[in-house]
Design a protein around this ligand. Sequence first.
Ligand SMILES: [Zn+2]
Length: 365
Amino acid sequence: MAARRKIKKTIFEGRIYEEIDIPFYREEILPILPKQILDFHVHIWKVEHWKEVPWEKDRPGSKYMVLEGDNSVEELLADGKKIFPAVDYNAVCFGFPSPSTDVEMANKYVSEVCEGHKNLFPLMLIGRNTTPPEEIMSMLQKKGFLGYKVLTPWYGDDYGTITVKDMIGPIEMEIANKFKLIVLLHVPGAGRLADPKVQEDIEEYATQFPNANLVLAHCGRCYMPEQIIRAINFLKKLNNVYLDTAMVMEPQVLQIIFENIGYKRVIFGTDLPIARMRGRRVYVMNHWVDIVVGEYPESAYRVPAKNISATFMAWEIILAIKRAAYAVGLSPQQLYEIFYENGMRLLECARAGRQREKTSEDEKI
Ligand SMILES: [Zn+2]
């Protein structure tokens, strides 16, 4: 029975894809995409990398974002083809940054699969004092990593009073500074990037470690205009702090960013596999809500809808960029930079930084 249901579901999915998604993609999405894109925020993992399933136990925060199974590299590559047909899809990949993850296994997997695919670029999962400096150095030199995806040492939104400095320390930042690495950070706290303490810590790290490139995931978790309005001023002077667009679907948020700090520090990212859900992230009162169409597990801020059409959230992110770009008048060349060049520049910077360090002998951290 289950098998038959699955076949039926697959045929149904196939029809929606051909009849609804693809015409929409050709009309609204493809015309603004460059020939090659870089998705700066992608998780790949296997369930074997988990010490336990993150949302199975009833602990605070664990049902914040419930996903199914794993997202292997094969699934990512299939998604790349399916969601971005007719463009060359590149991605920055890392494991699932939960306390349930066996970090060593996750990093090993990411480095191995990225080595076999020249369109995939690996970041290592790392946290404050989780990995000795010698091991970080060896992973950078031997495993191809170009920076860190900082671990989130909490479940869902149960971040309590965790600070940026609890997540990543001066030892890891010093190495990032020396090798010009990418530090992809999901900021903690209920106040998000609007929280003065979060801003203070980021400002301190960005100025103390000017060669490290800090990328704040989800535009610093600002899914609503009010959040980015309170955060934008502090970003103005920090030229080594970037914002990725993962799961940001509100055009006004991006418009405020473009108007205040320009487009050079905005980097396209999706948060696949989450962004392959059909639906859109909206906000209701003072929190984001995912309106979804299709069969997905129950999750804290996920609201299933039956009577509307919806397509991939990854495309809704692109639509938000498109609407904001229209509002401020960005050119196709400027969009190309957001979708590809801005992120690629950081990868090249890390690659060059790592290379230079490799050739200068004797130098030690
Ligand atoms: Zn993510």
